[in-house]
Design a protein. Structure first.
Ligand SMILES: *[C@@H]1O[C@H](CO)[C@@H](O)[C@H](O)[C@H]1NC(C)=O
Ligand SMILES: *[C@@H]1O[C@H](CO)[C@@H](O)[C@H](O)[C@H]1NC(C)=O
Ligand SMILES: *[C@@H]1O[C@H](CO)[C@@H](O)[C@H](O)[C@H]1NC(C)=O
Ligand SMILES: *[C@@H]1O[C@H](CO)[C@@H](O)[C@H](O)[C@H]1NC(C)=O
Ligand SMILES: *[C@@H]1O[C@H](CO)[C@@H](O)[C@H](O)[C@H]1NC(C)=O
Ligand SMILES: *[C@@H]1O[C@H](CO)[C@@H](O)[C@H](O)[C@H]1NC(C)=O
Length: 665
């Protein structure tokens, strides 16, 4: 009896929860209708793949309390299907948990499901293993591409179905593809195929949409009937003209800017970009005055941990490790005027301020719109408090082994031998590093030119002869260097992938040595290639037992280690921190085996990397592993890294970006 009653209550609970939940487009009144009522959203972007899971709740609460109705998030396919048929949906990959959390907190979700997302993410979210077929045409009706898309979506989309708004979940609309009109294929059959695939898995009710740059050519190739067209544009854009582009494709229905750029991207070797406050305010106000829906891109930027950053479309520089550089959301307890003052003074240098600024700005706007029918309620209560940061100070580091000395422990499989060089993709190496080795066929006592044909080094090669550093070849920058060596010596190139192009025609971004190398004009042959699994080796603790090296005075890629204890007697430690590399050049860093990302203070603009507290432990030594690819300070000066409590995101003077000049995804 009790069971029966509980079951009925359960059913009642179910039905009251989902009964009458509808979300649709009203073409007569140019708006959305949620449960029958006119609705428009002010939303913000956050990517779960760029935020440690332990912070999801904190960040979502902050978005809620900033007055947002909804969040936009991308789904990176390569984050979930690392190998064909191998799926990851646990831990930081647990998108269902993320969406459920949003639901509990009361945020609606606009899901940008891919398959391609751009997002300044490695290969725009497409798995690198697609390149196993060399001639594959990504984002087209290429049958091998479609086959992989279908397999993935038939796994992924059914997980999303119960999370649709109609079914009691938070997802109100789903994006298919992304800025497809900026891609060269203009393949409507592909869009038709995707539409069918999404409909089969999700049903007919959910609103499916596309996003494109606010120019007619983009919209023409980017969308088809059955997918609702939205546009994206940043501050300084003529809002009326931009929405006229949307109206070209959608004469009726809600106006939507799916990406309003509250910041801009940083690239290695370029100044830190900052967007002028007044420009954001002015354009955002205009968008809201048009009665449009808007998504702030990004609201919470997050971090490209590990190797996940993408690469610029013109393939010159690589994305930096932090994303939109205001990720580490926390709050200063200042008055509003002080905040604005700080914002102008600091011009985006501290993530905290932008968040506070955006939060108060959004709240302010919601207040001014609160008299209209669709905006009545702003969450009560203060903006959630700062996530504290702690300066653990200097950690002394010691040299352990060069990559060549550690080679046996680092090789994941192989080595592979071939007369001419193979790509990473030939060897099924999706990220990281491969060591390419050949034997010098004769003496080269004078400086002799080692060159890449047709700019074929993807992306950087650290060259040594018998372990002695010779120079660096770099895509688009350094096509040749001079070396010396003797007959029979090992010529080694440690080749680094710096992230795959995430936008445009060159999205099929193969890595490694794509073309032959010549020495003194002769093609080098008989290569031995060692695909490296450095992350695995670090997890296995390969450096733990290694004794430290005597300084050998040759700069070649080398591992360093250090350790530290979280101080006792201070409450609430461990806390987040930022790590700085005084005197170091370029490399990769792991803490307790977690791959934090790339550092490159020699090129900038980003100087510190974000270290989330969840990777630190108060109960044992914390281990820091650094792979310095060029020069460390350790031969000549004090050898340390330093934990500080403020980020340094700008090496030099900030650069005010004219964002209306760009369109991005
Ligand atoms: C903005 O675009 C509209 C429509 O194309 C045009 O009428 C208007 O003159 C433009 N405004 C400015 C300031 O260029
Ligand atoms: C090396 O350089 C020296 C001095 O320029 C020159 O005399 C010699 O012929 C060169 N040797 C070879 C093998 O090219
Ligand atoms: C290599 O040496 C040649 C001859 O000395 C010189 O012309 C060339 O500029 C050098 N190349 C580089 C990259 O240093
Ligand atoms: C390297 O050169 C050889 C001989 O010319 C050629 O057959 C081969 O295709 C080249 N390999 C690459 C990757 O370019
Ligand atoms: C490459 O290896 C083959 C087979 O071992 C050998 O015959 C050839 O001489 C080698 N080529 C060079 C340039 O060392
Ligand atoms: C750090 O390394 C030591 C061995 O050198 C190990 O005992 C310890 O557990 C490691 N700490 C963490 C947090 O993995």
């Amino acid at each position: 009896m009790w069971y029966y009653a509980a079951f009925v209550l359960f059913l009642l609970g179910q039905s009251t929860e989902t009964f009458g939940r509808t979300f649709e487009i009203d073409y007569n009144y140019n708006c959305f209708r949620k449960d029958g009522k006119a609705f428009r959203y002010i939303s913000g972007s956050i990517h779960y793949s760029r935020v440690p899971r332990c912070y999801w709740k904190d960040r979502l609460l902050k978005m809620k309390m900033a007055g947002l109705d909804a969040l936009y998030t991308y789904v990176p396919w390569n984050f979930h299907e690392p190998k064909p048929g191998v799926y990851e949906f646990s831990g930081n990959h647990d998108i269902e948990a993320f969406l459920q959390l949003a639901n509990e907190i009361g945020l609606l979700v606009i899901l940008r499901a891919g398959p391609y997302i751009c997002a300044e993410w490695d290969m725009g979210g497409l798995p690198a293993w697609l390149l196993a077929k060399k001639s594959i045409v990504l984002r087209s009706s290429d049958p091998d591409y479609l086959q992989a898309v279908d397999t993935w979506m038939n796994v992924f989309l059914p997980k999303m179905k119960p999370l649709l708004y109609q079914n009691g979940g938070p997802i109100i609309t789903i994006q298919v593809e992304n800025e497809f009109g900026s891609y060269f294929t203009c393949d409507y059959n592909y869009l038709r195929h995707l539409t069918k695939l999404f409909r089969q898995n999700l049903g007919d009710e959910v609103v499916l949409f596309t996003t494109d740059g606010s120019g007619l050519p983009y919209v023409r190739c980017g969308t088809i009937e059955g997918l609702y067209t939205t546009v994206d544009f940043g501050p300084g854009t003529n809002v009326t003209a931009a929405f006229e582009v949307q109206r070209y494709s959608e004469p009726n229905g809600p106006l939507i800017n799916s990406e309003f750029y509250t910041g801009w991207l940083d690239h290695w070797g370029e100044p830190h970009s900052v967007v002028a406050t007044e420009r954001i305010v002015k354009t955002l106000t205009e968008i809201l005055d048009h009665g449009a829906n808007v998504n702030m891109y990004m609201f919470i930027g997050g971090t490209n941990f590990g190797y996940w950053n993408g690469k610029k479309k013109l393939f010159i520089f690589k994305r930096v490790t932090d994303y939109f550089l205001f990720c580490h959301v926390s709050v200063f307890k200042n008055t509003k005027s002080t905040i604005l003052y700080n914002w102008v003074q600091w011009a985006g240098k501290t993530p905290d301020i932008l968040y506070v600024w955006l939060s108060s700005k959004v709240k302010f706007m919601l207040f001014s719109f609160s008299s209209s029918a669709s905006y009545k309620k702003i969450p009560e209560g203060p903006i959630p408090p700062t996530t504290p940061k702690f300066a653990y100070g200097e950690i002394s580091m010691e040299k352990v082994k060069t990559v060549l000395e550690a080679l046996d422990a680092l090789v994941s499989f192989g080595p592979i031998k071939n007369i001419y060089p193979l790509t990473f993709d030939d060897m099924k190496q999706n990220f990281g590093f491969v060591l390419y080795r050949t034997i010098l066929p004769r003496d080269y006592r004078n400086l002799t030119t080692l060159a890449t044909l047709f700019n074929g080094v993807r992306d950087r090669a650290y060259v040594t002869v018998n372990g002695v550093f010779q120079g660096i070849l770099e895509r688009d920058r350094e096509m040749s260097i001079n070396i010396t060596g003797t007959n029979g010596a090992h010529l080694d190139l440690l080749v680094e992938s710096m992230g795959r192009v995430n936008f445009g025609r060159y999205n099929n971004d193969f890595k490694g040595l794509l073309t032959n190398l010549t020495l003194n004009g002769e093609i080098l042959s008989n290569w031995t290639m060692y695909p490296l699994d450095i992350d695995g080796a670090i997890t296995r603790g390969f450096l733990n037992e290694a004794s430290t090296l005597k300084a050998s005075n040759c700069a070649s890629p080398t591992f360093y280690k250090g350790s530290f204890l979280i101080p006792s007697g201070i409450p609430d430690l461990p806390q987040d921190t930022f790590i700085k590399f005084p005197g170091w050049t370029k490399g990769q860093i792991w803490i307790n085996g977690f791959n934090l990302g790339r550092y490159w203070p020699a090129r900038g603009p980003q100087i510190t990397l974000y270290v989330p507290m969840n990777i630190l432990t108060a109960s044992s030594l914390n281990n820091v592993t650094v792979l310095e690819l060029e020069n460390s300070p350790c031969e000549t000066a004090k050898c340390f890294v330093e934990f500080v409590d403020k980020p340094i995101l700008s090496k030099t003077k900030d650069f005010i970006t004219e964002m209306s000049l760009f369109s991005k995804g």
